[in-house]
Design a protein around this ligand. Structure first.
Ligand SMILES: *[C@@H]1O[C@H](CO)[C@@H](O)[C@H](O)[C@H]1NC(C)=O
Ligand SMILES: *[C@@H]1O[C@H](CO)[C@@H](O)[C@H](O)[C@H]1NC(C)=O
Ligand SMILES: *[C@@H]1O[C@H](CO)[C@@H](O)[C@H](O)[C@H]1NC(C)=O
Ligand SMILES: *[C@@H]1O[C@H](CO)[C@@H](O)[C@H](O)[C@H]1NC(C)=O
Length: 230
């Protein structure tokens, strides 16, 4: 049996726990203005872990008549991987879609009949960006070893299972955001893509052409990221 003092301690610890969780929750739920640097690093969604099988893909092969179309479609959401957040509906690109967009660019460059400076620029950006993404995510998954000769002859590695984040949740989230944004545009009558671009310009800080491009696309209703060429 616990003494009265013992119970008091248990009660105190319980209360302390509840208070700490509550304040932690409110930290998690803090609201952001999405002006300047006042925005969270990640979207406010939880992507549950899911198991996915990695295997060969005929669909995403490089050398097929539909390759270009298939790679383009990988980023082909209504929103083009763009999201609008906060009161101003500030435009952000979402990393996964930016990464897919890069792969599309790389596949295009590999299938192009001749090299172009603009393509080289995009490829250079994408290679460096993807390098940083891979290092940043430091994925420690153990993968089965494959004979290089087999990869070369069949373009194919044995399938294996790995843990992923549920990307469907992300697709759902940005689709909902896209629909809500278009509803907002209709009810508000107008949308000025203030984002932070104007504020940055006013402050004389660096131009962010990507942001400006996305604003222009958003305003014209062509949200597909594939339409912009950074
Ligand atoms: C692509 O396929 C065609 C016809 O099947 C073949 O001639 C060509 O060498 C292939 N190219 C590559 C890069 O594999
Ligand atoms: C992944 O997310 C989607 C959409 O949110 C959901 O329908 C699906 O059940 C989830 N999959 C798993 C394996 O949890
Ligand atoms: C909503 O419309 C008003 C004009 O009616 C405009 O000043 C405002 O910038 C619009 N809101 C956004 C987020 O663009
Ligand atoms: C930003 O863009 C304007 C006009 O496009 C240009 O005159 C200015 O030099 C640019 N500023 C920077 C910091 O690149």
């Amino acid at each position: 049996m616990l003494s009265q003092r013992g119970w008091a301690i248990v009660l105190f610890l319980n209360l302390a726990f509840i208070v700490s969780r509550t304040s932690l929750c409110s930290i998690g739920k803090r609201t952001y203005s999405y002006i300047g640097e006042d925005y969270p690093m990640r979207l406010p969604i939880k992507l549950e872990p899911v198991q996915a099988q990695f295997d060969c893909s005929l669909r995403y092969s490089l050398n097929s008549s539909v390759a270009a179309e298939v790679w383009t479609k990988s980023t082909d959401t209504q929103s083009g991987g763009i999201i609008r957040l906060g009161q101003d509906r500030r435009v952000f690109a979402i990393a996964m879609y930016h990464q897919l967009h890069c792969l599309e660019g790389l596949s295009k460059a590999l299938t192009a009949t001749k090299r172009m400076p603009a393509t080289d620029g995009h490829v250079g950006h994408c290679l460096n960006y993807l390098r940083q993404v891979f290092e940043c995510s430091a994925d420690a998954t153990e993968e089965p070893v494959v004979k290089t000769s087999m990869l070369k002859s069949q373009g194919c590695a044995p399938s294996f299972i790995r843990q992923c984040s549920n990307w469907s949740t992300l697709y759902d989230f940005i689709t909902a955001n896209y629909l809500a944004f278009h509803e907002f545009k209709v009810t508000n009558g107008t949308w000025s893509c203030s984002g932070d671009e104007n504020k940055e310009k006013a402050a004389g800080t660096s131009n962010r052409t990507i942001q400006a491009d996305l604003c222009a696309l958003s305003a014209s209703g062509q949200d597909n990221l594939n339409a912009h060429g950074h």
